[in-house]
Ligand binder design. Structure first.
Ligand SMILES: [Zn+2]
Length: 208
């Protein structure tokens, strides 16, 4: 057994790639290496192919689920999912064939110049085939909350360190009209980012 220095999980030696020559094994497990690769492709390496999407997304899901192969607790965005206890409830084969069944929708997004991404229909649900849908990355980032396929406008509040309310907007979109970045606010409110412009952003009514 060997402990991965990235996800801190003890894994069998076969879970680590060999370094070239006779220099032993990598210190990150295969899953962590793949995840890192998937997240650090330059845009020019990323033709919108379905096979690239499957591998990269599968790696990302494994990094953000409590029972995934490499929970990335040091990544703020993945850690937010892990804190919520989001689970991986499908096999790689299940996920890949789900992607194949949605190939038409995938390429439709690509042709429109959008980046396809995975969204969980029920945001309290887990990563399971019947809880997945394809969304453009832009749309996915814009939705602070989605229920039953309908978009919810969630009021948003920004507080300072001591907790005093500095701003309140009827929606993240409205905040954008007032000079803030909607995506950054939603990312904060969903726990991916700690703070934005020195303030703490929450959907009103959500527990802090
Ligand atoms: Zn690892």
């Amino acid at each position: 057994m060997r402990k991965c220095t990235m996800c801190h999980t003890k894994k069998a030696l076969s879970e680590f790639w060999k370094l070239s020559g006779d220099r032993g094994l990598r210190s990150w497990c295969i899953g962590c290496c793949k995840l890192w690769k998937a997240q650090h492709k330059s845009p020019s390496d990323t033709p919108g192919t379905l096979s690239r999407f499957k591998t990269a997304t599968w790696a990302r899901i494994n990094g953000r689920t409590v029972n995934g192969s490499c929970p990335q607790t040091r990544s703020l965005s993945a850690a937010a999912y892990i804190r919520k206890g989001v689970r991986l409830e499908m096999t790689k084969a299940d996920f890949f064939s789900w992607c194949d069944r949605n190939a038409a929708a995938f390429y439709e997004l690509v042709t429109r110049g959008e980046t396809p991404s995975i969204d969980r229909r029920e945001s309290r649900g887990h990563y399971a085939v019947d809880n997945l849908r394809l969304l453009s990355w832009r749309e996915n980032g814009r939705l602070g909350g989605v229920a039953n396929g309908r978009r919810l406008r969630k009021p948003i509040v920004a507080t300072d360190g001591p907790g005093a309310i500095i701003h309140r907007f009827p929606s993240a979109k409205e905040a954008q009209r007032n000079g803030f970045n909607q995506g950054a606010i939603c990312n904060c409110a969903r726990g991916g980012k700690h703070s934005y412009k020195g303030l703490f952003w929450k959907f009103e009514g959500n527990a802090p």
